[in-house]
Ligand binder design. Sequence first.
Ligand code: ADP
Ligand code: MG
Length: 232
Amino acid sequence: MNNPLAPADGRGAPLAVARDVWKSYDRGRVEVLRGASLTVRAGELVALWGSSGSGKSTLLHLLGGLDTPDRGELQVCGLDPREERARLELRRRHLGFVFQLHNLVPDLTVEENIRLPALALGAGPAEMAARVRVLADRVGLADRLRHRAQDLSGGERQRVAICRALMNSPRLLLADEPTGSLDEATGENVFALLRELARAERAAVLLCTHERRFAEACDRLLRVRAGRVEEV
Ligand SMILES: Nc1ncnc2c1ncn2[C@@H]1O[C@H](COP(=O)(O)OP(=O)(O)O)[C@@H](O)[C@H]1O
Ligand SMILES: [Mg+2]
C-alpha cells in the first residue's frame, strides 16, 4: 500500500474529479449513476470496485470523455471532458486507456501498436523508437517488438496495451478491468506490471475491477454501489 510518489499528506494535485454525476441510459429507464463523486490525485493508484453492472465502466467513460453525463461536474487534468476540444487534448496528451480487451491492431507489430498514440503528436521516428524500447523493456517485451499483435498471448497483448497507453506519458491512466479476460496467474502479473510501470512513469491510475484482491492491492479503494461512490 506504500506509494513513494504519493505526497506524504496525501494531497497531490487532483487529476480526476467527479462531482454529483448522474447518468442514465435508455431515456432514463436505466439509472446507473445517481450522484457519484470521486477525486483521484497525482501519484495515486485508485481502485474503482463494484459488482458487475454497478456503473464502473460508465463512470470511467465519462471521465475519459467517451460518453457525457446527464448532469454533474467533471474535471480531468484541469479540463472538462464534456467539451469536444478538451476531449481531444485529453486523449492526445493527458490520458491513457487500458481496456479489458486490449484493442490492439492485430496485424500491426508490437512496436507499431505501442507507438500509435505518438503519431498524433508528430514525434520523430528515433525518439518514438527509443520510447517504445523503454516501455517494452519494462514489461519484458523488448524481444517481441517485431511480432504481430495477433501472434501474442492474452497476457502479452495486455502488456502491449499498457505500454501503448503510456506512450505519450499521460498523467492519468484509466484502466477498465485490465485483468478481466486473463487467467489468475497472468492477471496478477499484468496487474503488477501496470502498477510498476505507472509508478515509474509517474502516472496516476484509476482502475476498475470487480475483483477484491486487485482492489485491495491499490493505494485507495472506492466502491461503486447504488449509483454512488464510497470510500472503503
Ligand atoms: N449504452 C448503454 N445502454 C444501455 N444500458 C447501458 C449502456 N451501458 C451500460 N448500460 C447499463 O448500465 C449499467 C452499468 O453498466 P457498466 O457501467 O458497464 O457497469 P460495470 O462496468 O460496473 O459492470 C448496466 O446495467 C448496463 O447494462
Ligand atoms: Mg465494466
